[in-house]
Design a protein around this ligand. Structure first.
Ligand code: EPU
Length: 409
């Protein structure tokens, strides 16, 4: 494999901006939307609520939510992906009510992924919360500014509270916030529509509520996880790849490790070129909130470590069930010891062999594709919907680099 690959818009930014369009009556123009399942489901949820959605280009939409008169999320869609929870705050803030089921998504947390921080945060802003076991009903004539401390750092929790507080009466101070770049992007966009948010990208965010927000324009930022995934693929497959339309400064935690283990690269303002190394060393990682090592690159990094010399400890600290793929890599020939549900030790380098696998979640799915591309023989990966949730046309784009991937069924 070799060549150039372009990074698409960020899933975890697009799936916040689409719901944020509910915060205003005016038109919101969004461009660089990735054509992925989670974004398409978000658009379906918006359409189901009564939004007018106009396709203005291959990756852009105008969204107008003036005539929304439904405040209930379609349970079938909401159960499909975690980001459906992002619709709750804007509906509650603008219309004073919302009904929704527990959101679905990757099976990476204990049982269902919790939403306690959302409920606690909305309650701090004055929302009344009821549940009948199947649905949550939230009501608040007018949300009121408050102080809220996140006892666990949460990306979507921080984003939901920013949206809710933007239309609340008075000042909200959020403490121990997540600092992911997607949160800063959401805040910059809302400020361009008249919101008063300061501190996004730091642990403390202050929001002065306003009565109304205007429409606006938003270009979805490049997907930093896709950037990191392609960088890992290049390193693992020893493929000279240039990754374009990306922001290398947002994957510093990965590039700093590349420097230490002996994988050379060059960067420009919006590109990253990986220069494959025949031999590189193992490294211990511990996933961490931004700007630390992203949990969303952890599975792909494990695949890379199967090709590295020596032992590497992979320590997943954000989720409880994000090492489920390890067993499948072992079946492919990787030398992996599971220490406990959060830590595994990989010893490399090992040759991998094609197998029949099932993708447990989105990021494990792409890791398996990387493993399959460097393995001898053919690999079949089932449950590929998971990968389609977050990576646009992954087969077509990787095949252009020389991969041989076929979609069956
Ligand atoms: N948590 C709670 N209660 C809550 C919310 C979260 O205990 O109410 C816990 C979670 O169980 C987890 C920790 O807090 O242990 C951190 O989770 P966080 O809330 O930050 O995750 P998230 O906001 O649900 C987003 C991304 C994930 C990404 C994480 C961490 C979106 C839609 N999802 O999830 O992306 O892994 O932040 O960076 O933005 C992915 O893209 O594959 C993906 C899973």
């Amino acid at each position: 494999m070799a060549g150039e690959i372009e990074v698409k818009g960020a899933k975890n930014s697009a799936t916040k901006i689409l719901p944020a369009s509910l915060l205003t009556e005016e038109t919101v123009s969004i461009s660089n939307l990735p054509d992925i399942e989670d974004v398409n489901r978000s658009i379906e949820i918006l359409a189901g609520l009564g939004a007018k959605i106009t396709k203005t280009g291959p990756d852009s939409r105008d969204i107008e939510t003036k005539n929304i008169n439904k405040f209930e999320l379609n349970p079938e869609l909401a159960k499909k992906f975690r980001a459906s929870v992002m619709f709750v705050a804007p509906l509650l803030a603008r219309f004073g009510q919302v009904k929704f089921p527990h959101p679905g998504g990757c099976v990476i947390g204990m049982g269902e992924r919790p939403i306690d921080l959302f409920l606690e945060g909305f309650s701090a802003l004055g929302a009344e919360i009821k549940t009948d076991g199947r649905f949550y009903h939230l009501k608040a004539k007018q949300l009121k500014g408050a102080e809220y401390f996140f006892t666990t750092i949460s990306v979507t929790g921080t984003e939901a509270m920013i949206m809710a507080a933007s239309l609340a009466k008075g000042k909200t101070i959020l403490k121990n916030c997540a600092m992911e770049p997607e949160i800063s992007a959401l805040s910059r966009y809302l400020n361009s529509c008249g919101a008063k948010i300061t501190g996004a990208g730091s642990p403390t965010i202050t929001i002065e509520g306003v009565n109304k927000l205007s429409g606006g324009k938003f270009t979805v930022m490049p997907d930093r996880i896709e950037t990191g995934t392609f960088a890992i693929l290049a390193a693992a497959a020893r493929a000279p790849l240039t990754i374009t339309k990306c922001d290398p400064t947002q994957i510093e935690s990965l590039l700093a490790i590349f420097r230490k283990i002996g994988i050379a690269y060059e960067t420009g303002p919006d590109w990253l070129k990986i220069k494959p190394a025949k031999n590189f060393k193992g490294y211990n990682i511990k996933t961490h909130e931004y700007p630390g090592f992203p949990t969303d690159l952890q599975a792909s990094f494990t695949v890379l470590m199967t090709q590295a010399g020596g032992t590497s400890m992979i320590h997943e600290t954000i989720y409880d069930r994000r090492l489920l793929y390890a067993d499948m890599l072992s079946q492919m020939g990787a030398n992996i010891i599971m220490c406990d549900p959060h830590r595994l030790v990989v010893t490399g380098p090992t040759r991998l062999y094609g197998k029949k696998l099932t993708s447990p979640d989105l990021r494990a799915g792409i890791a398996m594709i990387i493993a399959a591309l460097i393995a001898g023989g053919e690999t079949e990966i089932d449950n590929i919907y998971q990968v389609d949730r977050g990576y646009e046309d992954i087969c077509g784009r990787l095949n252009k680099l020389g991969a041989e991937i076929r979609r069956v069924n």
